[in-house]
Design a protein around this ligand. Structure first.
Ligand code: MN
Length: 210
């Protein structure tokens, strides 16, 4: 059974940028619901339940598609994705991390996008253009190169063996209580709480992932 990760900071710690009520509902209700449905889908598949959510999605083609029917595959993709993505999201935010890329990732971002500011502009643009629910992602692609795109719903970059370095949830439940329909304001505010030390650590993990 997978379990809900606890936050490493208080629900209110990201205020005023992300409010405490949104964090409570998002973590305690939405993330919990993905977890419950993920575990339910795994209940008759003990071999799949042994995998981390990350590895289950990474190995979806060779492990899940060969051992589970279509309805279970869909549940694992949607709820496994939702579970994994929210765990990642809590982990790459903090009240006091560096607010721009550091280390080797800083150099990789400058090389790929021109500068951190240019990357930020492109990221916001992609997140704005995601129609409806989804996530904007910075990933390491199959050649271990940075790539930036959005995906709908809880479709995971991991399904394509792309390692998610950093992602921003653009489902309305991520911002509606504070920002209502103003997705641009949320996408400006989020940069005040992203922890680029944590994102650098994911970059290093992604370089090693195989
Ligand atoms: Mn969410």
């Amino acid at each position: 059974m997978h379990t809900l990760p606890t936050l490493s900071y208080a629900y209110e710690a990201l205020e005023p940028h992300i409010d405490g009520l949104t964090m409570h509902v998002h973590h305690d209700k939405h993330h919990q619901a993905y977890l419950d449905k993920f575990n339910a889908a795994l209940s008759n598949y003990p071999e799949l339940a042994k995998l981390s959510a990350e590895d289950l999605l990474w190995h979806f083609e060779d492990q899940v598609k060969t051992s589970a029917p279509d309805d279970i595959q869909a549940a694992l993709k949607n709820h496994g994705g939702g579970f994994e993505h929210h765990s990642l999201f809590w982990d790459i935010m903090s009240p006091n991390g560096p607010r721009e890329a550091v280390g080797e990732l800083a150099a990789a971002i400058s090389s790929k996008f021109g500068s951190f500011a240019d990357f930020r502009t492109q990221f916001i643009d992609i997140a704005m253009k995601q129609f409806g629910s989804g996530w904007a992602w910075l990933v390491l692609d199959e050649n271990k190169k940075l790539a930036l795109y959005s995906l709908p719903n809880q479709d995971s970059p991991l399904l394509s063996k792309h390692y998610p370095i950093m992602g921003v949830d653009v489902w309305e439940h991520a911002y509606y209580l504070k920002y209502q329909n103003r997705r641009p304001e949320y996408l400006e505010a989020i940069w005040n709480v992203l922890d680029w030390q944590k994102i650098e650590e994911r970059y290093q993990l992604g370089l090693k992932k195989s």
